[in-house]
Design a protein around this ligand. Sequence first.
Ligand SMILES: [Ca+2]
Ligand SMILES: [Ca+2]
Ligand SMILES: [Ca+2]
Length: 245
Amino acid sequence: MNLFLTLLPLVFSAAVVTADGPCGYGWHYYQLGNKCIKIIESTKNWLDANAACHQNGGRLLTIPNEITQKFVNNIIMVRDHYWIGLTDIMKEGSFTWIDGTHLNTFNHWAEGEPNIFINNRQMVDEDCVHLDHNYNWNDNSCCGKDKKFICEKRGPGCEYQNGGCQTKCTESANKDWAVSCSQTCQKGYAEENGKCYDIDECTTNNGGCKQLCVNTRGSWDCRCNPGYKMTENGCKLGEDNPIGK
Ligand SMILES: [Ca+2]
Ligand SMILES: [Ca+2]
Ligand SMILES: [Ca+2]
């Protein structure tokens, strides 16, 4: 008989203090996905874990992409097994997130997973997914009561810091909680990678100015050289140096 020794990392009962953000005490705000995420350090089976998340106004965590996975890896203080909201309980081999979306191209399965565990030639059903000590996914028996879990709930959306948008923030009504930032910037600004930057109009044709061009945020000014005066017909020798276009 083989004896497998699993060396678990020492678990200290360190208090994890999370500052009161827009999600409330103990929750982490993942703005990109507009999610509040909470790591629960007590253990339950998969269904009870999801019920506990539900009581907190949420559900087990969904991980639709790499960037969400990385965020979660970073907030886990104690490497352990944590249930997430992925299961093939409805149809063997067809993994579905708890929000109803099917597992898409992104996955983070540990090597050899998902699998079917054979114990004494008996197939053991593994239908519920958890993170392992390396943050990789493993399907396991849903009944195991020995796993911690991670909950998520919808974030504050556009109400908090305009959803992180510099442009207009829009909340979607579909399953994806993430807000979308309008691609349209205000006049005088250009969009690049979701952010709006002031256009320096003076770099093109001197902003159409006859003499001096002064770039400003969202606009630009034409001015006259010292000793010149702005008139309808351009800069004329004179005393004033007002602003015009
Ligand atoms: Ca299965
Ligand atoms: Ca497995
Ligand atoms: Ca400008």
